[in-house]
Design a protein around this ligand. Sequence first.
Ligand code: ADP
Length: 268
Amino acid sequence: MEDMSAYPLRLEGPDVPMVRFMNVTKRYGSLTVLDSLDLDISEGEMVTVIGPSGSGKTTVLRMLMTLETINGGVIYVDGKPLTHMEKNGTLVPADPRHLRRARADIGMCFQHFNLFPHMTALQNCMEGPVQVLGLPKAEARARSEELLDMVGMIDKKDQHPARLSGGQQQRVAIARALAMRPKVMLFDEVTSALDPEVIGEVTNVIRKLVSEHNLTMLMVTHQMGFARDISDRVCFFYQGKIEEQGPPEELFGNPQRERTQQFLSAVK
Ligand code: ADP
């Protein structure tokens, strides 16, 4: 058992990040996928994760979504432990109730948009706020319409997903995640399943979120140009560790580590 006394029950002080991975380890059997990972994300920061296939990028997002158990370390969100809870003055693994509550702070958009097929765009956005947050329907509707407008989908609010293009569905999925007012938004390869001609409409929505909203975001992408354009910081993952990180102009313009250089020259 890990000695939990090194982990504070809460993060306090002026510099508390919105997200902190502290010494996080994730294993599948004998395979260590995240190896004592430390990663802080400040409030309002857009951090992009890049790296070779299998380097642990998606696992980082899945850990934040609490879709995976943790094998070591603690993840904090807004100063409070996400993966753990306090018991008798120490941190113990979170129970399902704690996880359900904590998960409400995290919004996620996947490669495959997973909209509810039997609901319209508007109903998709209203579902979580009504069912999970208990918002009155009128309020959930107003919030959802505002967000559908923001992603340019208000004209299609009464359409079912099957009638929408992939790019349109992905924009609805972003509105749906935002309707829960998450503290942190995660984007996992949101453009990889899309036809090239509609990628721009989705990246533009994310661009708008970065420039107009003070949302904390963590994104995994293979689109290096997009990562370079919109990130405050880029982390290059290699075998479950951050091999190198920095502002995009430095990481892409002047990578210091050989593995980063090799990866970037291979994907160019
Ligand atoms: P990336 O997103 O960088 O491609 P992932 O985080 O998806 O990498 O995966 C990291 C490693 O963990 C890979 O070697 C992958 O095969 C392994 N892995 C991911 N999910 C599972 C799982 N459910 N069971 C076993 N191994 C897994």
